[in-house]
Design a protein around this ligand. Sequence first.
Ligand code: FAD
Length: 432
Amino acid sequence: MAARQPDAIIVGAGVIGCSIAWALARRGIKTLNLDALPAAGYGSTSHSSAIIRPFYSHITSCALAHEARFLWQRWPETVGTEDERGFARYTECGGLILIREGEEDAYSLNLSVLDEVGVDYELFDSAQVAELYPGTCLDAFGPPRPMADENFGQPSDGRIGGGIFLPQAGYVSDPQLATHNLQVAAEALGAEFRFSARIVSIERDGQAVHGVRLDNGETLRAPIVVNAAGPHSRQINELAGVADSLKITTQPHRHEVAYVTAPAAYIDHGNGFVVDLDAGVYQRPDGKDLLIGSADPDCDPPDIVDPDDYNSEFTEQWTLQVYRAAQRFPMLGIENTARGTVGLYDVSDDWIPMYDKTDLEGFYLAIGTSGNQFKNAPLVGDLLAEIIMAAAKGRDHDETPARLELPHVGRSVDLSFYSRNRKLQKTRSVLA
Ligand SMILES: Cc1cc2nc3c(=O)[nH]c(=O)nc-3n(C[C@H](O)[C@H](O)[C@H](O)COP(=O)(O)OP(=O)(O)OC[C@H]3O[C@@H](n4cnc5c(N)ncnc54)[C@H](O)[C@@H]3O)c2cc1C
């Protein structure tokens, strides 16, 4: 007997594609994920810093992240299926957003969003910052400068006046393992995965999608195809012939994350992550290491690359980030050998994803995750499933937007926030 044709083909088995498989499988939809790489979560997901934080300037983003945090907190119960490789682990270490004196008002919107969603936070003064992070330099250095600037590394006028401490935040230990956990949970419900299978064509018939073609010439049919191709999202949209119909574009930005040995005081205090827009970096603990990434300051031009042909070696971006972090933590050792990771963000024009249908019937988007959607991954599948199920019931998501219930947060969110047709938001960085 021939194998049953899938109801939905999902392009990609990163954390987003696996979450979609799991959510659709829970609703009785037979899925097939296809990924060009040899295993789940080997794409941009494997490079993720995996910080879980509810700090956003939009209520929907904050509410979704806060709801997802409850799922990460009980991750084995959330996925509900044993994985022989074990479970990814969420560490709730808290996190601090540093604020320069005189710039408190810049965060009033974020604070009102936290209040509205019901997220705990504390406002720290500079003495509390110094107590929590001993050895921190409270000089201001911003706005961040390129390394070639003659004033690079020199304090500017002003001080760090304090920060916003978020106790309900942390990080996930192993993003690739978290993705594998989702794959196993989906497979337990009948989902299928094929690896080392590159899609080279999206098959359409007039106004509807009907499958994909692989690089080995094989054609696979399904009435639903979901683009969850991460940094390759634009290529897949072009194959589907929908790229020109989208008001919002996506493109791959290359990002280096440096790993350095953490100062002892940082580790001894069990400190959480720090977002330091004044220096232009974020850092989070990782065992005995500190992981240092870019906060995308205006002075750094985006490193836009070809996702199939980019430099995976460290460059001066690595050094720049470590130097910036050392402005704040002068006791940080600058190591001779660069360690860390080089990954790609799939960046949308306003750094907010597109989770949506398209004008091509049956073709859906889960793209533009812009370096900040790992945290939401456990819910992204449900979100797409709501949009797909609405269409199955004959409801047009463009006209009557689907909603997602967030039981822990106690509200529901209107999913048109992620529409491909939305008015662009003002957000311009990974903090979104
Ligand atoms: C350096 C870095 C740091 C980050 N830090 C954070 C953070 O701290 N917190 C946070 O919330 N988020 C963070 N993110 C973002 C988060 O990791 C991403 O949003 C998320 O992992 C994207 O998952 P994805 O499944 O969409 O993409 P991917 O993991 O890239 O998966 C897409 C898959 O599609 C496959 N594919 C593409 N084209 C084809 C094709 N033609 N045929 C078959 N398969 C194909 C690829 O092989 C790939 O496996 C970070 C990302 C990076 C890169």
